[in-house]
Design a protein around this ligand. Structure first.
Ligand code: CA
Length: 80
């Protein structure tokens, strides 16, 4: 059991790079991130950068777009 616990702890610490989810940024609970919501977590965010993350061009960033942007390094985990 001790080995299993260590393995789980290691796995948890191994994936902090893609830990940010839409629910962390979404403040109105619609499961989408608007520019205004994203700017709260990323104060320096420009509309151009937001448009790069919003690959479907619908003015909202969804879970897939957020994950893709984090994975490609387009955006980083907000530091707070
Ligand atoms: Ca979108």
């Amino acid at each position: 059991m001790r080995i299993l616990a260590i393995a789980i702890a290691t796995a948890l610490f191994a994936v902090p790079a893609v830990a940010l989810t839409v629910s962390d940024v979404d403040t109105d609970g619609d499961s989408l991130i608007s520019f205004a919501e994203m700017a709260v977590s990323y104060p320096g965010l420009t509309e151009e950068a937001f448009a790069d993350v919003d690959t479907s061009d619908d003015e909202f960033v969804d879970e897939d777009e957020l994950a893709a942007a984090l994975e490609s390094g387009l955006i980083e985990e907000p530091v707070d």
